[in-house]
Design a binder for this molecule. Sequence first.
Ligand code: SAM
Length: 315
Amino acid sequence: MDERHAPVLMEETFDLLRLQPGETYVDLTAGLGGHASRAAREVGPEGLVALIDRDAESLRQATERVAREGAPVRAAHGNYADLGEHLDALGIATADAVLADLGLCAVQLEAGRGMSFRDETSLDMRMDRSTGMTAAEYLNDVDEAELARVLREYGDQPGAGRVARAVVAARSREPIRTAAQFAAIVAGAAPRPAGRSRTHPATQAMMSLRMVVNAELPSLERMLPAALARLRVGGRMAFIAFHSGEARIVKTYIDRMRGKCQCEPGALDCRCGRERVLESLTPRAVKPSAAEVSWSPLSRSAVLRAAVKVAVWPT
Ligand SMILES: C[S@@+](CC[C@H](N)C(=O)[O-])C[C@H]1O[C@@H](n2cnc3c(N)ncnc32)[C@H](O)[C@@H]1O
């Protein structure tokens, strides 16, 4: 799990976003407001910081923190996939810069939310607890083959079929109610990793469950075009991903919108209808420095990509 306290890739992100005083910065994943506070200092009192988060508690804390920096702040609670509606509600037509720092933040790992495998009270896992199905409801209902697919595709879970079977057997005896219960079922069914791994055997399964319950990849797929549509020409967008599936979606989208041909290799002429709307600012994905990884080990899987909008879109 990415239980991070310090904002990751801070300097690298703001070097790429190049915020100017007076600009409008939209933080799609306010979290605890670490990146957004830095943005508030850079855009200053003439600028504007918009905060969005699915997690009402994180958003509240981030709004308070960012407001102390002196830039005007507006906040919207909800899924960044609905970015257009959030910006309309906040009275913001276009942004100069947007950032999404994907994943979880520390508030969400507190007991009672079921995000940590130590949690003996809950298996909720929703980032937005006002809507949708909890992880317990999902797990007590999902089809075995579908669960195996989710564990395999999102978490690369060793023995995914065996783990799914163990979940179905356990829930036929009694419903699965807590994260600790789920983690114990996974630990009992998954093959032991070779060597002495310090990672809990349920780490990947917990992450897969969280990703499916929060529809994380489909939300990201909807958010990217919504963010690009609301960026002014010359505006910058940056994304920090922690999961290979998220990183791939971001890379593919930037490549497509910077006009990289998506046709099958060897195709005689280009028919993919490529557009040149973005220019990549990160020819190679940016990763945390060795120093950052040493003081913040959970940053090690972070991958940053950024791009600048160079043409009107949609036309
Ligand atoms: C890693 S934290 C962000 C930390 C933040 N950059 C900071 O400096 O404190 C990720 C945040 O994104 C939020 N989040 C994840 N998926 C979301 C979505 N689809 N829509 C809105 N917020 C989302 C989570 O609730 C969490 O608070």
